[in-house]
Write a protein that binds this ligand. Sequence first.
Ligand SMILES: *Cc1c(COP(=O)(O)O)cnc(C)c1O
Length: 215
Amino acid sequence: MEFLDLKSKLDAEDVTLVAVSKTKPVSAILELYHQGQRVFGENRVQELASKYESLPKDIEWHMIGHLQKNKVKYIAPFVSMIHSVGSVSLLEEINKRAKQNERVIDILLQFKIATEETKYGSSGHEDWADFPFDKYENVRFRGVMGMATFTDNTDQVRSEFRRLKNIFDNLKTSIFATKDEFQVISMGMSGDYVVAIEEGSNMVRIGSLLFGARR
Ligand SMILES: *Cc1c(COP(=O)(O)O)cnc(C)c1O
């Protein structure tokens, strides 16, 4: 799909576009950058760090993939948002590295909404009940993230997205009730972003639709 067509469609619905550039060259990123895109997502630490080095510094880099604790230090100096926080130990490491860099890093809590075993994240809002969020001064809790099952069954995908929206609503009315910044629902990829937006997404992570299929 043409970038500008997709972008204007998403803008009209107040949905933030994260252009997922994993495996794609710097030149492909610059092509979208020159059309105005500033938010890019990657799922590997090394690739993310090297693209950060070689590209304009006003790009907002989002880490969307599974993140190992021992690699947080490589992205902590510059990453703007980490979508894939599913454990307390990862949260602690991000807070520690953000502090060392005198930064506050935006994070999303990742939930496992898919039936597939490979997907990662906490299982429900109950997992974070009574959690001492205020203790983490160098982390800003911005919302939730999830991935639906990879299937043609739209009803299933829809109900998984609905579940994430529900988890968000639960958190928003309980422990994050006083936090205006807790407002992001990151759900939807190339194949399912339309359904995701219908179910309340306000941030989509789109790769192949913009950059072509990955090999
Ligand atoms: C690769 C990836 C995407 C984008 O997938 P497409 O189907 O290419 O749009 C979105 N989210 C995550 C977590 C990914 O790893």
